[in-house]
Design a protein around this ligand. Structure first.
Ligand SMILES: *Cc1c(COP(=O)(O)O)cnc(C)c1O
Length: 385
């Protein structure tokens, strides 16, 4: 079933009869299908107490300091937000040791992807993307009429040499998702540096570091270390994952000042709302909460590797807060069997891995619950009712 049809069969036909001249490149976009929300599962299946391990959210919830900051910010909701995000930008600048002018805030880092596309892309351009990787790269390229050029992963890692080979005169951007979603792999320093040295100056390198905080590999790199005007590297980060603020939508990009200037021209003036700004400042300060989050995720990963290994499942080493698991059977079917037990994971079929699932690491009790549901779903004779 195509994602469009699964969204409610009538919509596809409605689009066909519409007389508006929607460009082909928009009509051809396959809609992004997010992880199933808990509320939707419980409504559809009439169950309660389900657990979502499908969108790599923080299993501990938001930082208590962020919640307190939200409380304080509520009384000022009648005011427009600070369009420049002054306090958050200043705090980020000192935290990251960059200048405020190099930072652009977004309504989630997705918003930054949209701004980059509006600034850089026009129909006919090309964008080099790893495959599989975050599906939004393809969608934002297509929404600008640009062509995504997909470069398959090599042993689950982004093939930087392969990406270089696909860069041509029409290439405007190349995406490096580090760690890569959905494989959890990172680029090593040497490989990344040779890659950067070989990328021609007309191509923007976008390093998406949505899972940066979770990385344990000491040889991993950050785009932030390559921030200089002549090598155009943009680093994207977010408060949605380790900082636990996915629902508020706040992320940022760090880039050379002139490029930030262009992004600010196309940015909606109040793209990051006042609650998001207040909570992000507080979350950034809540060092204890971040540490607790990282400890929980790292212990959870190690536990899940052991337990999955014992059951004969291969889980690939991940530097992020999720893991990719070879379930040795159709992932959509397993997804469905898990759903019925109130456990939401992500089938990787849409990413081109029909026998893999992606699991976000939860609290110890969530991880245990996942294993119990997995055992039941895989028991001989188990049926989807
Ligand atoms: C979750 C995620 C994002 C972030 O999204 P937000 O818009 O900041 O919530 C960006 N890139 C990747 C690879 C992700 O997995």
């Amino acid at each position: 079933m195509s994602p469009v049809a699964s969204e409610g069969g009538h919509r596809f036909d409605e689009m066909k009869v519409m007389k508006l001249p929607i460009p082909d490149y928009i009509q051809n976009i396959a809609p992004y299908v997010p992880g199933k929300p808990i509320e939707e599962l419980e409504r559809e299946y009439g169950i309660s107490d389900s657990v979502k391990l499908a969108s790599n959210e923080n299993p501990l919830g938001p930082s208590p300091k962020a919640i307190a900051a939200l409380d304080r910010a509520l009384a000022r909701l009648h005011r427009y937000p600070d369009g420049a995000g002054y306090e958050l930008v200043e705090r980020l600048a000192s935290h990251l040791k960059v200048t405020a002018r190099e930072i652009v805030l977004g309504n989630g880092s997705d918003d930054l992807l949209g701004m980059l596309a509006r600034v850089l892309l026009k129909p006919g351009d090309e964008v080099v993307v790893p495959d599989p990787s975050f599906l939004m790269y393809t969608i934002v390229a297509q929404s600008a009429g640009a062509t995504p050029v997909k470069v398959p992963l090599k042993q689950l890692c982004i093939d930087l040499d392969g990406m270089l080979e696909r860069i041509g005169p029409r290439t405007r951007m190349v995406f490096v998702c580090n760690p890569n979603n959905p494989t959890g792999t990172v680029a090593g320093r040497q490989a990344f540096e040779s890659f950067l040295a070989a990328v021609p100056p007309h191509v923007l390198v976008v390093v998406d570091e949505a899972y940066f905080e979770f990385v344990r590999d000491r040889n991993a790199v950050s785009g932030l270390n390559y921030l200089k005007a002549e090598q155009t590297v943009v680093t994207l980060r977010t408060f949605s994952k380790a900082y636990g603020l996915a629902g508020l939508r706040v992320g940022y990009g760090v880039m050379p000042v002139p490029l930030a200037g262009y992004l600010n021209r196309v940015r909606m003036p109040f793209n990051v709302n006042s609650l998001a700004q207040a909570a992000a400042v507080a979350a950034l300060d809540d060092v204890d909460f971040l540490k607790h989050t990282l400890d929980t995720v790292h212990q959870g990963l190690d536990f899940l590797y052991r337990e999955l290994g014992r059951r004969g499942f291969q889980a690939f080493p991940s530097e992020a807060n999720f893991l990719l698991i070879d379930v040795q059977r159709p992932a959509d079917d397993l997804f469905e069997r898990m759903l019925r037990q109130g456990v939401i994971v992500r089938s990787m079929r849409a990413y081109g891995y029909p026998q893999y699932i992606r699991l976000s690491v939860g609290r110890p009790e969530d991880n245990q619950r996942f294993l119990t549901a997995l055992d039941r779903a895989c028991a001989p004779g188990a049926q989807v009712q």
